[in-house]
Design a protein around this ligand. Structure first.
Ligand code: KG4
Ligand code: ZN
Length: 347
């Protein structure tokens, strides 16, 4: 069975084709991605209306590219999957509308996918795929969650952020240091030249005894620190700026690391899956690898280029939902989108 996946929940248009054979792990045949980041950088963040319009421009050329690279025709598609939520309503409507129209024209069924489930299952596309059950650390621009995952569609929320997401903490702090949107990758590159102990920044809820997170206070502390440092806090090449970046990253990573290890310990599970854009962070990976090796925990990540939003994870999640019987694809082409949609409400 061949499943086309379309992702358009935020500022990346992604399309991919995966193939399933029996119960074997689905195989990625091809995928294509267009990032709108450069367009939004002029505004310092995503402009929803511009995002929707650009998805319209990109989605069909990307679909043609994916089909050509897989050496397949549109008639070879068995199911069309799309991101139904959560995300920007207008942006979601583009992918959903195109997916349902394409499927209707081909007479094939459609399947709406939860964006976070896409992230969560994206490590199954890697060379070292995980096995159920596992603890998942989902860290993206909009979400920070720890989940217990017993199978496809069997997600128990253990804890989540009560305010900003980890990616948001990276992005907002980076902005205070004069780095372009999205600041996570730039901040982590800058941090490599800095001293992570240079500035004392808060580690909110570190010892709260639960699995919740809070990053809003960190952003405020970074703001206070930039004021104390003065212009050097956002001057290229200034050592203070690199030190502040390293200290900020250290605070975020320490909280993510300690809470993940605590969730593993309390569940008794010995597998950790890290997914979402912040999962690309090298320092987070380094510290998690070290701690997991010590605790005899296997840790899995998506391939680096599949950490941030993409179509492959949507096609993959659809394929795994179909294989596991968690969902059936239907030839019903009326659609809605769910801009807010908690993952643990998914069955
Ligand atoms: O998963 P994603 O592409 O989009 C959402 O679903 O939100 O995640 C984007 C987030 C952004 O906040 C971005 O700054 C962050 O992931 N990010 C990183 C890195 N690469 C992306 N944060 C820290 N270090 C990175 N290397
Ligand atoms: Zn995402």
């Amino acid at each position: 069975m061949r499943i086309l996946g379309i992702e358009s929940s935020c500022d990346e248009t992604g399309v991919a084709l995966v193939e399933t054979t029996g119960d074997a792990l689905p195989r990625l045949l091809s995928h294509a991605l267009y990032s709108q980041i450069e367009m939004h950088q002029a505004y310092g963040g995503v402009v929803p209306e511009l995002a929707s319009r650009d998805h319209i421009r990109r989605v069909l050329p990307l679909t043609r590219q994916v089909m050509a690279e897989a050496g397949a025709q549109l008639v070879d598609i068995d199911v069309v999957a799309y991101t139904r939520g959560p995300g920007l309503a207008g942006a979601l409507l583009v992918g959903s509308g195109v997916a349902c129209a394409l499927a209707a024209s081909l007479g094939k069924p459609v399947l709406g996918v939860h964006h976070l489930e896409g992230h969560l299952l994206s490590p199954f596309l890697s060379a070292d795929p995980p096995e159920f059950p596992f603890i998942a650390l989902l860290v993206s621009g909009g979400h920070t969650q720890l989940m217990r995952v017993d199978g496809v569609g069997r997600y128990e929320l253990l804890g989540e952020t009560i305010d900003d997401a980890a990616g948001e903490a990276f992005d907002k702090s980076a902005k205070l240091m004069g780095l372009p949107y999205p600041g996570g990758p730039g901040l982590s590159r800058l941090a490599e030249q800095g001293d992570p102990t240079a500035y004392k920044l808060p580690r909110p809820l570190l010892y709260s005894g639960d699995f919740d997170f809070s990053f809003a206070g960190l952003k405020t502390a970074v703001l206070t620190q930039t004021k104390k440092i003065g212009p050097a806090a956002h001057t290229e090449g200034a050592p203070e700026r690199a030190d502040l970046a390293a200290s900020t990253q250290a605070a975020i990573v320490e909280v993510l690391l300690k809470k993940s290890m605590a969730a593993l310990k309390s569940s008794g599970l010995t597998r950790l899956v890290v997914a979402g854009g912040v999962g690309a962070n090298r320092e987070l990976r380094r510290q998690l690898n070290e701690a997991c090796a010590k605790a005899r925990v296997r840790v899995h990540y998506p391939e680096l280029h599949l950490c941030t939003d993409n179509g492959a994870m949507i096609a993959m999640a659809a394929a795994m939902r179909l294989q596991s019987g968690a969902q059936v694809a239907e030839a019903r082409y009326s659609f809605d989108v769910k801009p807010r949609w908690p993952l643990h409400e998914l069955v």
